[in-house]
Design a protein around this ligand. Structure first.
Ligand code: GTP
Ligand code: OAA
Ligand code: MN
Length: 627
């Protein structure tokens, strides 16, 4: 049996589960993480000693580390991500499904299907020797027990979890990304509910075998059991595959909790926008991975008198309050942001956020012990060590940082973090934005006619693929609500959940309190393949139009696809956009849109009779408007 300090909790279910997982995975040692700074430093030191972390020059970037992953373990693995609901129909056509008993058998070797049945078993996961990927998977390693809270501690909108992991990189990252440690155990008490999340690198150390800086396994499983609220992750140490509070819990498992309990768990940033006069507004926005959430959340407005503050950059949990308004919290405590493209001119606030206390994964190392990536500065340094550990010069012809290289930083370090970002009540949302990368067809901004039409816009998001997931970059795919890789149940039922929440609000007479829904596209290209819209800080101009629409102060024109800014209503002063550019950004080409609309039925049919009839009605109405 593994050595370790006694469990610092009297939560019997938690103690037993940790014991069961230890018996299954057979670590050398068990460490219950307390979340203290001392613990963080100790684990970071251990990672330095192992070669996983390289300490950056503390005079340049205090208390910060560089990590290079195995070149095969650089992004989420969507084709190895499974939703193991009892019924296949509950996973839906866009998730990979596996029967929960079958998946458990793969993991534990116990093929009986039910836990704790056979009398001669040594534990709930069958006998040693039964096989199973997790059996003995932590041999030679330390097992960390990481209690974490998604959302401010004590908020009625928050929820807890415990991640068991054999990766110290994961344990330190969880301290940055979540509220982690002793305070969470206190909150859990003796019988608090928590999501069980088990993570192993799948790289046990046999007697005397040397470790490597980034252990992982070529076999990978990122598995979710929505009914029992469990996550089992095997074989990867990277981001969304391994930091299980993030996409696995806060989106895939939480979306199921939200369906069951009448709220929303969404892939959305949350920002606070304050006009020169008038009240501050909170805006949530869903864009697919690597399509601009972190950048919009930290935007520096280019229009005078307007300010933006950050509440969250990736995930929003939202619930209707007693007053009928939709309240959002950011369940995370840190940012796990895309490094390439982040620089002084695009996202100065992100650059300031990562002044120290940061972990950088798969970026390049400078000769003076700092980090660099494409887009950080205009001129690359003359010499670097690239993310693969090779010498790099500007002539190398390969990127110095992996395109999905990431920074991990505490949200509290963001210079424009909103003072209310940890308000346990959440913030009231006035507008929801949907968007994606579309080189053609989709205007800069479109206002939906109403909630249901907005749901239709969200359901139809299509975006060009990015490096955030394994696969071909640039290919156009449907990514409804930017949730395609993150919805823990049937996406058709998810559309129905959104429709139903709108109808509930209407029944209660709260129609006018529903957030207004918009569709934005910063990525329109001209014939030369150049982005027409300058983007980044200039996106504040679009936010301005949206907020002025909310207060009835900006003009719009009705088009077949929604309401667009009327001529002159969008502030484009000083941008130097030609009439042709403006035309491309702010008009609807009926011919092109008839073509767009013709692609919708196949998309809605994907979900069969799970697609709510209201979306078909929206489709019919769109076709009728297009004539
Ligand atoms: N052209 C253009 N590029 C942008 C804009 N906003 C962001 N980007 C680029 O898009 C890439 C991803 O931006 P992020 O803000 O990190 O995207 P994200 O949605 O937070 O990504 P995830 O963290 O993977 O969910 C970066 O390379 C940015 O430079 C914009 O307004 N215009
Ligand atoms: O989950 C990850 O690995 C990174 C991320 O935020 C995304 O892909 O959306
Ligand atoms: Mn991001």
């Amino acid at each position: 049996m593994a050595r370790g300090i006694a469990a610092p909790t009297e939560h019997q279910e938690l103690i037993e589960w940790v014991g069961d997982i230890a018996e299954l995975t057979q670590p050398d040692e068990i460490v219950w993480c307390d979340g203290s700074e001392a613990e963080y430093h100790r684990l970071a030191e251990e990672l330095v000693a192992k070669g996983t972390f390289t300490r950056l020059d503390p005079t340049l970037r205090p208390n910060s580390y560089y990590a290079a992953s195995d070149p095969s373990d650089v992004a989420r693995v969507e084709d190895r991500t499974f939703i193991c609901s009892r019924r296949e129909a509950d996973a839906g056509p866009t998730n990979r499904w596996k029967d929960p008993a079958e998946m458990r058998a793969i993991f534990t070797g116990d093929s009986s299907g039910a836990a704790g049945t056979g009398g001669e078993k040594s534990g709930p996961f069958g006998r040693p020797g039964d096989g199973g990927l997790f059996r003995g998977s932590m041999r030679g390693r330390t097992m960390y027990v990481v209690p974490f809270c998604m959302g401010p501690l004590g908020s009625p909108l928050s929820a807890m979890g415990v991640e068991i992991t054999d990766s110290a990189y994961v344990a330190v990252s969880m301290r940055t990304m979540t509220r982690m440690g002793r305070a969470v155990l206190d909150q859990l008490g003796t019988d608090g509910a928590f999501v069980k999340a088990v993570h192993t690198l799948g790289a046990p150390l046999a007697d005397g075998r040397a470790d490597v800086p980034w252990p992982c396994n070529t076999t990978k499983y990122i598995s979710h059991f929505p009914e029992t609220r469990e996550i089992w992750s095997y074989g990867s140490g990277y981001g969304g595959n391994a930091l299980l509070g993030k996409k696995c819990y806060a989106l895939r498992i939480a979306s199921v909790m939200a369906r069951d309990e009448g709220w929303l768990a969404e892939h959305m940033l949350i920002l606070k926008l304050t006009p020169p006069r008038g009240e501050a507004r909170y805006v949530a926005a869903a864009f697919p991975s690597a399509c601009g959430k972190t950048n919009l959340a930290m935007l520096e407005p280019t229009i005078s008198g307007w300010s933006v503050e950050t509440v969250g950059d990736d995930i929003a949990w939202m619930r209707f309050g007693e007053d009928g308004r939709l309240y959002a919290i950011n369940p995370e405590a840190g940012f796990f942001g895309v490094a390439p493209g982040t620089g002084q001119h695009t996202n100065a606030n992100a650059m300031k956020t990562m002044y120290g206390n940061s972990v950088f994964t798969n970026v390049a190392l400078t000769d003076d012990g700092d980090v660099w990536w494409e887009g950080m500065t205009e001129q690359p340094p003359a010499h670097l060590t690239d993310w693969k550990g090779d010498d790099w010069t500007p002539d190398s012809g390969t990127p110095a940082a992996h395109p999905n290289a990431r920074f991990t930083v505490p949200a509290a370090q963001c210079p424009i973090i909103a003072p209310e970002w940890e308000d346990p009540r959440g913030v009231p949302i006035s507008a929801i934005l949907f968007g994606g990368r579309r080189a053609s067809a989709v205007p800069l901004v479109t206002e939906s006619f109403d909630w249901q039409h907005g749901v239709f816009l969200g359901a139809n998001i299509a975006s060009e693929k990015t490096a955030a997931a394994e696969g071909k970059v640039g290919e156009l795919r449907r990514d409804p609500f930017a949730m395609l890789p993150f919805c823990g149940y049937n996406m058709g039922d998810y559309f129905g959940h959104w429709v139903a929440l709108g109808k509930d609000a209407e029944r209660k007479g709260d129609r006018d309190k529903l957030p207004k829904i918009y569709y934005v596209n910063w990525f329109r290209k001209d014939a030369d393949g150049r982005f027409v819209w300058p983007g980044f800080g200039e996106n504040s101009r679009v936010l301005k139009w949206i907020v002025e629409r909310l207060s009835g102060d900006a003009a719009g024109v009705e088009t077949p696809i929604g309401v667009l800014p009327a001529q002159g209503a969008l502030d484009t002063d000083g941008l130097g956009l030609s009439p042709a550019d403006l035309d491309l950004l702010l008009t609807v080409d009926r011919e092109v849109w008839r073509e767009e609309a013709s692609l919708i039925p196949a998309h809605l049919e994907t979900y069969g009779d799970h697609t709510p009839p209201e979306l078909w009605a929206e489709y019919e109405a769109l076709v009728a408007r297009l004539g």
